[in-house]
Design a protein around this ligand. Structure first.
Ligand SMILES: NC(=O)c1ccc[n+]([C@@H]2O[C@H](COP(=O)([O-])OP(=O)(O)OC[C@H]3O[C@@H](n4cnc5c(N)ncnc54)[C@H](OP(=O)(O)O)[C@@H]3O)[C@@H](O)[C@H]2O)c1
Length: 334
């Protein structure tokens, strides 16, 4: 099968088309013939050598796929060969065939093409896990999303508004991106390049402050974000692009009962991811099918052009999602 390999650490030029043997299903696994694969920020981090695959996981990049089930292990009851699915994977998406633990497979929302479905798993799993499970966002609370037009941000903003009636504040870097935030769930949006962005967020949140913050920046943002949190507020970290180290007041944690938490999903067990899949299919898939939650594709590239897709992320020029088309089925609706 054709795959994309990462040949050394570096820029998009280290991505190369290669041939690898077809993978074979092990216990509990499904082999998917990939029609389209999502491109995510963690793929870029992997290419730079900053986010290696967990032990036992393929070195082929790619964290979400949509396609048709080619084969299943004898112990798998769903999905069945021939079913159209989308799925979260810990690696291997940039390929013509991909192994997936069965619990991480989901049906494709009605009316969605394979390419659209490939944009869903990584960002919706991440937003669900961090905003609803770890962040415990409750009805009517206030959510701050750093980077509202990221794939994860757009999923988080819309789910928080639709499913929790939350007040959503987003940050973003350009006027065009800020307009998109307002179309995809944000009530308010702030330019994070302005030095007083925390004051602007504080004024918008009003009253006690923000209940939950979803942040991929870390570093010097962390004390600023802690100061924005309401009593009992939760700061959920999903990356540390600014810096992994931060100087914070531990006193704030106990005086205002703050929670500092975070996660990466990649190394979590299939059963954990399967529980998220079930909740997404039950609660979010109907909203996608009704058009109340949307996915936004800003660019589509062929598998062999994966380097061009990642270059868009390197330039921070993406809004929402980038997709790799892997087969002729990509733009069709199953
Ligand atoms: N832990 C996990 O399980 C997990 C899984 C997937 C992704 N992630 C992380 O989640 C984030 C989103 O991933 P993605 O693939 O959806 O991302 P993406 O499309 O690459 O977006 C990155 C976002 O970061 C924002 N950003 C950059 N500098 C910023 C700053 N100084 N202040 C605030 N925002 C800033 C960008 O905003 P502008 O475009 O406006 O500059 C952009 O919205 C990334 O940090 C990624 O590493 C974590």
């Amino acid at each position: 099968m054709r795959v994309i390999e990462i040949r050394g650490k570096g820029g998009p030029e280290v991505l190369a088309l290669a041939e690898r043997p077809m993978p074979v299903c092990g216990e509990g696994q499904v082999l998917v013939r990939v029609a389209a694969a999502g491109v995510n920020r963690p793929d870029v981090q992997q290419r730079k050598g900053l986010y290696p695959p967990p032990p036992g996981v393929t070195d082929i990049p790619g964290l979400d796929v949509a396609g048709v089930v080619e084969a299943v292990a004898p112990d798998v009851t769903w999905p069945r060969p021939g079913d159209a699915v989308c799925a979260l994977v810990a690696g291997g998406g940039y390929a013509e065939f991909c192994l997936v633990p069965a619990p991480q497979c989901m049906p494709i929302p009605r009316g969605f093409s394979f390419a659209q479905a490939a944009t869903l798993p990584e960002v919706f799993f991440t937003a669900w896990n961090n905003v609803f499970w770890l962040g415990r966002l409750a009805e009517g609370e206030t959510l701050l999303v750093q980077g509202g037009t990221s794939g994860v941000g757009m999923a988080a903003m819309q789910m928080a508004r639709e499913l929790r009636g939350a007040t959503v504040i987003a940050t973003s870097s350009s006027a065009a991106k800020r307009a998109v935030c307002l179309e995809y769930g944000a009530h308010h949006v702030v330019d994070y390049r302005e030095a007083d962005w925390p004051d602007q967020v504080r004024a918008l949140a009003g009253g006690a402050g923000v209940d939950v913050i979803l942040d991929g920046q870390g570093g010097d943002y962390t004390p600023l974000e802690m100061a924005l949190l309401a009593p009992d507020g939760r700061l959920v970290l999903i990356a540390s692009h600014r810096a992994p180290m931060a100087e914070i007041s531990t006193r704030d944690i106990y005086i205002r009962r703050l929670t500092l938490t975070g996660s990466t999903l990649r190394a979590r067990p299939a059963a954990y991811k399967g529980r998220i899949a079930q909740e997404l299919v039950a609660q979010v898939w109907p909203l996608l099918e009704a058009g109340r939650i949307r996915t936004h594709i800003c660019g589509t590239h062929r598998l062999e052009d994966a380097a061009a897709a990642q270059a868009v992320l390197d330039a921070n020029a993406q809004i929402g999602k980038l997709v790799l088309t892997v087969s002729d089925l990509a733009e069709t609706i199953p």
